[in-house]
Design a protein. Structure first.
Ligand SMILES: Nc1ncnc2c1ncn2[C@@H]1O[C@H](COP(=O)(O)OP(=O)(O)O)[C@@H](O)[C@H]1O
Ligand SMILES: [Mg+2]
Lengths: 737, 229, 80, 80
C-alpha cells in the first residue's frame, strides 16, 4: 500500500508530524514505519500534550531511587529495601468491555512492577462512575469489579484498597485506574535500559494476535484478509499466563542473566523494543518471522502494532542464554530469540527476508513534536454559585440518613469483598478503612498504600483541588501511622486541545506541585489519560471532571505501632484536630442532597496541613491516640459515623463541642481540610492537649464515645442500628436492583 | 516433622502455607514443583490454594493431570496425610480423593472475608487440638466453594463422620445465615473415610498471627503436628 | 480436519445460580416472556477427519465434564 | 413452551486463553490428535411458542454476549 499524507492523517498524525517523519527518513515511510510512528507519537506514548507540564512536578527526594522514566518509580525504605509503584488508567477499554477492559488494566500495571525486579505486593483501584441509578452504569461497574477481581485474585496479588466515586460527569466515560505496589531489595531493581551491542533480544509469553491494533481505519483488505470487526480493540486477559511470566521474570532477573526487561503494553512490540534501545543509546534489529503468532498471515504492520496481552521482551547477556532457556522452560514458557542489539542507533525490522522498517531509534522514541496548546480560564469558574447561609439545610440526622444510603458514602464492602485482599498474608489494615497497611515479613516495617481523588473539587477550583488530593492521600497514610513518602499519579482529563480543559490540566498540576513540595512527597511516575469525554445525542461534548488520581505510599518503621480509624473504648474523648468551619461550599452535602453544584472548593493551607500531619504522626508514636481518622468528604459527620461503625461495636457518641456552632448541619458536613478526628483515652487527654498546644495545632473537643448506640447532641438523637444496615447494604442493594 | 507443599502453575498460596507451617507451626517444609516425578519423603502433603491452571475448564480440573499428583494419590492411599486448602480441596475432588463437586457461590461473586467454622468432632488428626465447641475465625477467599454432593453421597459422608468443618456463627451454631456460599449442609471441609485426607475451603494459613486478624488457624496445624509426632 | 461441537450442562437436579441471576436480570429489564435461562459451557474441538470416536467420548466424559454435576452432548460435526 | 439453545463464542481474532490451556493439557495427557479446543458459553432459554424472534435476537446480542469480543449463534429450537 502506498503511504500518502491522507493515510498519515487517517493514522491520527498531523500534517506537520507527517512532514517531520518524511524529513527524518529522507523518504516516504513504508506502511509499517508509518504505523510505528503513529503509535509512538500518539498522546499515549509520547505525552506530546502534557510533557512540558509534567516536567514541573517535583521528582527529587532523599528516598527516591527511581523517578519518572522507567516502568515504575521506586523509593528507599531503609535496610536496603525498596518499594516500587505506579498507577495506570484503562478507561476506554473498560467502557466498552468492562470485564476484560478492567482485567487487562490490572495485568498491565502488574507488569510495570515486576519488570522492575519487584514482587507485586498490593493492588488498588480507583473507580469513577456515573450515578448507579442507570442500568448501563451498574452493568459497567459490576463488570469492572468482576474483571479486577478475576485478574488480581488469580495472580495472587492482594487488592487492598481503592475508591469509588459516583457522579454523573462520569456516566459516559467511567474511569478505571489501577495501582500496583511492589517490594524489592535495592540490588534487585533492574532498568529497561538496554546495553551491550550484540546481546540477544528474547520474546516470551503469549503469542501475538491481531488484537488491539488501532489506528487501522483502512479498508480491511489492505491489512489482511479479515474484516475490521474481527479486529477487536479490547483484549482478553490471561492472568494464568501473567502469573507464569511474573514468576519467570523475577527468577530471570534474580539469576543475573538479563541486561534489561520490558513488557509489551501500549503500542506492543514497537514501543518496548524502541524504548529499550533508546534508553541505552543503541539500535535494535528484530526479525518478525521469529515472533510467535496466534493468527495466520499477519503482516509486519499488524505484528508491530498488536497489543496482545501478557508478552515480554528481554535482553539477555550474550553467553547466558542457557540460563534464560532453563528458567523459561521451567515456567512452561517458550524462549524465542527475535533479534539483537546494535550500535547503529537504528530500529530495523525484518519480515519475510525483507527490511520493512529502518528508523533512527531516537526519533521514533523521543522525537514526537510537542503540541502547541493554549489555556483559557473557563467561564463556569467565575459564575459558579457559592454557598451562603440562605441555602436551605436539613437536620443533620435526616441528612446523614440520606447520605449514607448513597453509593458515594456507603460501605464499599460489596466491592472489596470480591477482591482477595489477604493473599500473601501481609494485610494488617484491610480495605474498608483509610489507607491499607501491609507488613513486610523480612523486617519490622509496614507500608501504607492509598489512592485518592476528588474530581469535583478539581472542577470547582483545579489548583486547590490539585493540592487537596495530594494532601488527602497523605492524610490517609498519616492516619495509619505511616510517614508519606512519594506519589504516583494518573491524570484523567478531557480533550487537551480545548483551551479550557488545558487550563484545568495546568492548574491541577500547579496545585499538585505545591502540595508535593511542601509535604515532601515527590512524584516518581504516573500516567496521563486524555480525551475522556462523551458526545451526547444532541452532539454536545461533555468532558469528565478534571480527575487527578493520587497513589501514595507511606512507611511505618515499627508495624506494632500501626493505628486504625475506629473507636476502641467507651468514654474516650473525641476531638477534632484542625479548624472547624460552617462553609458547605464544594460539599457532597449540597451536591447529593440539594442537587446543587456550589463553590467554593474548601480552603487548604499546605503549611498548616504539614504541621498537623507531623503532629499526628508524633502523637501516634507516643501512643496518645486510641483512633485516628482523616476528615474528608462528608466532613466531621461522616468521619464520626465511620469511626463508630468500623469498630464493629454497638457504640455511640455524645456530642458537646466546646466551640460555638451556629448551624449544626453546616458544622458537621463542612468539608474542612487539614483535619483529623481522633479519640483519646481519659488518661492521655492532658498530655495530648499539651502537645497540641506546643505544636500550635488547633484542637476542638467534640464529645465522647458512649455505650448507647446513638449519636446524641442535646435533644437531637440519631439511632445507629438502622444507620449500620443502610451503610452496609446500600451499595449492594443499589447494584443488585 | 516434615511437610511438602506442591506448587502447581497458578498456585498462589504456596508461599503463605510455607511461612505458616515453618514459622508458626514448626514444620520443616519443602516446596515441590508439580512436574517432579517423585515425592520427597514426608509426613504431610499440602495442596495449597490459588488458581492452578488459571481455574480454566473447572477449578482444580487440570491440576489433577500433573505428574506429581500420581504420587500424591499413592501417598494418600497408603494413609499419608494430605491437606488440600481451597484450590487444593478442589483438586482433591477432581482427582477423586474426596467425593463431591463444587458449584459457583450462590452470590455469584468471589467472596473474601473471615467466617466462622466449627469442627464436627475432635477424633481427627486435623482437629484433635481444637478446643471443643469453639468456632474458629478463619478467612475464605473463593468463587467456587459451594459444595455439592448427590443425596446418597451426602448421606454417606454425614453418617461416616467425614464432614469435619461446617460454617457456623461465632457461637458455633450452624445456621443458614452463617453459610457464605450455599454449600450443602454448611459443609466447609470433609475428609475421606480413613480420615487422612482433608479438603477445606477456609484458609487456616491466613489466620496464624495477631497482625492477621485471627490466630485460629494455628489450632489445625497444631493438631497435625501433635498427631503426627 | 473437522470441528466437533460439545455442550456441557449442569445435570437437571443441580441448581444453576448463574442461570437464575440472568433470568432475573432479563425480567427486570423487561424481557418478561423469557421463562428461564440455564447456563452451560461450549467447546469446539478441532480434530482429524479420522479421529476415533471413542477417544472423543473419553475426552468429553473424563476431561471436559465432571460427571458428578455435569453431562455432555456432542452435536453434529462440521467439516472445516 | 420451547427451548432455544444459544451458543456464544469469542470472535475468531480474540485470544482464548482457556482453550489454549485446555489444549495444552490434553496434549500432555496423550490426547495429541486433538488439534485445538476453543471455549464458549451455552445458554438454554425457555420461552413461549409464539415468542417474537426479534426479541430473542436482541437478548442474545445485548445481554448474553458482548459484540465487542463475542458472537452468538442460535441453534435449532426444540419443543418441550
Ligand atoms: N474500588 C475499591 N476497591 C477496593 N477498596 C475500596 C474501593 N473503594 C473503596 N474501598 C475501600 O473502602 C474504604 C473507604 O473508601 P473511601 O470512602 O474512598 O475512603 P477515603 O475517603 O478515606 O479515601 C477504603 O479502605 C478503601 O480502600
Ligand atoms: Mg480516609
Amino acid at each position: 500500500m502506498q503511504v500518502t499524507e491522507e493515510v498519515a492523517l487517517e493514522h491520527g498524525l498531523t500534517k506537520n508530524e507527517y512532514a517531520a517523519i518524511k524529513s527524518i527518513l529522507n523518504r516516504t515511510p513504508t506502511l509499517t514505519e508509518l504505523g510505528i510512528f503513529s503509535v509512538m507519537w500518539s498522546e499515549h506514548c509520547s505525552y506530546k500534550h502534557s510533557r512540558p507540564l509534567l516536567a514541573t512536578l517535583p521528582v527529587e527526594g532523599e528516598r527516591v531511587l527511581q523517578g519518572p522514566g522507567e516502568n515504575a518509580g521506586a523509593v528507599d525504605i531503609g535496610e536496603g529495601l525498596a518499594l516500587v509503584f505506579k498507577i495506570e488508567s484503562h478507561n476506554h477499554p473498560s467502557a466498552v468491555e468492562p470485564f476484560e477492559g478492567a482485567a487487562t488494566g490490572v495485568g498491565g500495571i502488574l507488569r510495570d512492577i515486576f519488570t522492575m525486579g519487584a514482587r507485586p505486593i498490593a493492588l488498588l483501584d480507583s473507580l469513577s462512575f456515573g450515578e448507579l441509578d442507570n442500568p448501563r452504569t451498574r452493568y459497567l461497574l459490576k463488570g469492572v469489579v468482576n474483571g479486577i477481581s478475576h485478574y488480581g485474585n488469580c495472580v495472587g496479588v492482594p487488592t487492598v484498597g481503592g475508591e469509588l466515586q459516583t457522579m454523573n460527569k462520569y456516566k459516559g466515560n467511567p474511569l478505571v485506574n489501577a495501582m500496583c505496589v511492589g517490594f524489592a531489595r535495592h540490588e534487585e531493581i533492574i532498568s529497561a535500559r538496554a546495553s551491550g551491542p550484540g546481546n540477544p533480544v528474547y520474546y516470551f509469553g503469549n503469542p501475538t494476535g491481531r488484537d488491539g491494533i488501532h489506528g487501522a481505519t483502512f479498508a480491511s483488505e489492505e491489512l489482511g484478509e479479515d474484516k475490521e470487526e474481527k479486529r477487536p480493540s479490547v483484549q482478553v486477559g490471561d492472568p494464568f499466563t501473567e502469573k507464569l511470566i511474573m514468576e519467570a521474570s523475577l527468577e530471570l532477573i534474580a539469576s543475573g542473566c538479563l541486561v534489561s526487561i520490558q513488557d509489551m503494553g501500549a503500542a506492543g512490540l514497537t514501543c518496548s523494543a524502541s524504548e529499550m534501545a533508546e534508553k541505552g543509546g543503541l539500535g535494535i534489529t528484530i526479525d518478525l518471522d521469529k515472533v510467535p503468532q496466534r493468527a495466520k498471515n499477519m503482516t509486519s504492520y499488524e505484528i508491530m502494532l498488536s497489543e496482545s496481552q501478557e508478552r515480554m521482551l528481554a535482553v539477555c547477556q550474550a553467553g547466558k542464554e542457557d540460563v534464560l532457556h532453563r528458567i523459561l522452560k521451567k515456567w512452561e514458557l517458550e524462549p524465542c530469540k527475535i533479534g539483537y542489539l546494535t550500535d547503529d542507533k537504528l530500529f530495523r525490522v525484518n519480515h519475510k527476508s525483507q527490511e520493512v522498517a529502518c528508523i533512527p531509534v531516537h526519533d521514533v522514541a523521543e522525537g514526537a513534536p510537542v503540541c502547541e496548546v493554549s489555556a483559557e480560564k473557563p467561564a463556569y469558574v467565575q459564575t459558579m454559585p457559592t454557598y451562603n447561609e440562605g441555602v436551605s439545610l436539613e437536620s443533620w440526622q435526616d441528612a446523614l440518613q440520606r447520605l449514607v444510603a448513597h453509593p458515594h458514602f456507603a460501605s464499599k464492602r460489596w466491592i472489596y469483598e470480591q477482591y482477595d485482599y489477604m493473599v500473601q498474608t501481609n494485610t494488617v489494615v484491610r480495605p474498608g478503612q483509610d489507607a491499607a497497611l501491609l507488613r513486610l515479613k523480612d523486617s519490622d516495617k509496614a507500608v501504607s498504600v492509598t489512592t485518592d481523588t476528588n474530581g469535583y473539587y478539581c472542577y470547582l477550583d483545579p489548583e486547590k483541588g490539585g493540592k487537596i488530593v495530594v494532601a488527602q492521600a497523605a492524610r490517609n497514610c498519616v492516619a495509619a501511622g505511616a510517614q508519606p513518602l512519594a506519589v504516583t499519579n494518573c491524570l484523567n482529563f478531557g480533550n487537551p486541545e480545548n483551551p479550557e480543559i488545558y487550563w484545568q490540566f495546568q492548574e491541577v498540576i500547579k496545585g499538585m506541585r505545591q502540595a508535593c513540595q511542601i509535604l515532601e512527597t515527590p512524584v516518581t511516575g504516573g500516567n496521563v489519560s486524555l480525551y475522556n469525554e462523551t458526545r451526547s445525542a444532541e452532539g454536545k461534548v461533555e468532558a469528565i471532571y478534571p480527575t487527578p488520581v493520587i497513589g501514595m505510599v507511606g512507611l511505618l518503621e515499627n508495624v506494632a505501632r500501626y493505628m486504625t480509624a475506629f473507636f476502641k473504648k467507651e468514654n474516650d474523648g473525641i476531638y477534632l484536630v484542625g479548624k472547624p468551619s460552617e462553609n458547605l461550599g464544594g460539599s457532597q452535602y449540597l451536591k447529593i442532597l440539594n442537587g446543587e453544584e456550589r463553590g467554593p472548593c474548601p480552603e487548604i493551607d499546605l503549611q498548616e496541613e504539614r504541621k498537623t500531619q507531623q503532629f499526628i504522626l508524633r502523637a501516634i508514636r507516643k501512643e496518645l491516640f486510641s483512633s485516628v481518622h482523616d476528615v474528608s468528604e462528608g466532613g466531621i459527620m461522616i468521619a464520626l459515623l465511620e469511626s463508630l461503625l468500623w469498630s464493629g461495636k454497638e457504640w455511640g457518641a455524645l456530642l458537646q463541642p466546646d466551640c460555638s456552632v451556629k448551624n449544626r448541619t453546616a458544622f458537621l458536613f463542612s468539608e474542612i481540610q487539614s483535619s483529623f478526628l481522633v479519640s483519646v483515652g481519659r488518661d492521655k487527654e492532658k498530655d495530648f492537649l499539651e502537645q497540641a498546644d506546643q505544636a500550635q495545632v488547633p484542637v476542638v473537643y467534640l464529645g465522647k464515645v458512649t455505650e448507647k448506640p446513638a449519636i446524641c447532641w442535646e435533644d437531637d438523637i440519631l439511632h445507629l442500628a438502622e444507620m449500620r444496615s443502610l451503610y452496609e447494604k446500600a451499595l449492594e442493594n443499589t447494584v443488585a436492583q | 516433622m516434615k511437610a511438602v507443599i506442591i506448587t502447581f502453575p497458578g498456585s498462589n498460596c504456596d508461599q503463605d502455607c510455607l511461612w505458616a507451617l515453618r514459622e508458626k507451626a514448626g514444620f520443616d517444609v519443602a516446596l515441590q514443583w508439580h512436574r517432579d516425578s517423585s515425592l520427597e519423603k514426608t509426613d504431610l502433603v499440602v495442596l495449597p490454594g490459588g488458581f492452578s491452571y488459571g481455574d480454566y475448564l473447572r477449578t482444580g480440573a487440570l491440576a489433577r493431570f500433573s505428574p506429581l499428583m500420581k504420587e500424591v494419590i499413592r501417598f494418600a492411599q497408603k494413609g499419608g496425610p494430605v491437606l488440600g486448602i481451597c484450590n487444593g480441596f478442589q483438586i482433591l475432588l477432581e482427582s477423586g480423593l474426596l467425593p463431591g463437586a463444587f458449584l459457583k457461590n450462590t452470590t455469584l461473586r468471589f467472596i473474601c472475608r473471615n467466617v466462622f467454622i466449627k469442627a464436627e468432632h475432635h477424633d481427627s488428626i486435623y482437629t484433635s487440638a481444637i478446643s471443643k465447641g469453639a468456632a474458629l475465625d478463619i478467612p475464605i477467599a473463593h468463587y467456587e466453594g459451594n459444595y455439592y454432593a448427590d443425596t446418597a453421597t451426602l448421606k454417606k459422608i454425614e453418617e461416616e463422620g467425614q464432614v469435619l468443618f461446617r460454617y457456623s456463627d461465632k457461637d458455633g451454631n450452624v445456621t443458614e445465615k452463617a453459610n457464605p456460599n450455599g454449600s450443602v449442609n454448611n459443609i466447609a471441609g470433609i475428609c475421606n473415610e480413613q480420615g487422612n485426607v482433608l479438603g477445606m475451603m477456609p484458609h487456616p494459613e491466613r489466620a496464624v498471627d495477631t497482625y492477621l486478624h485471627s490466630c485460629d488457624g494455628l489450632a489445625l496445624f497444631k493438631s497435625l503436628y501433635q498427631s503426627l509426632k | 480436519m473437522k470441528k466437533i461441537p460439545v455442550i456441557v450442562t449442569l445435570k437437571e437436579e443441580v441448581s444453576d445460580p448463574e442461570g437464575t441471576v440472568i433470568t432475573h436480570s432479563l425480567h427486570s429489564t423487561g424481557h418478561t416472556s423469557i421463562q428461564s435461562v440455564r447456563c452451560g459451557k461450549y467447546f469446539e474441538l478441532e480434530v482429524p477427519e479420522d479421529m476415533n470416536q471413542e477417544e472423543i467420548e473419553a475426552v468429553c466424559r473424563d476431561v471436559l465434564s465432571n460427571p458428578v454435576i455435569e453431562e455432555y452432548r456432542i452435536l453434529t460435526e462440521e467439516k472445516i
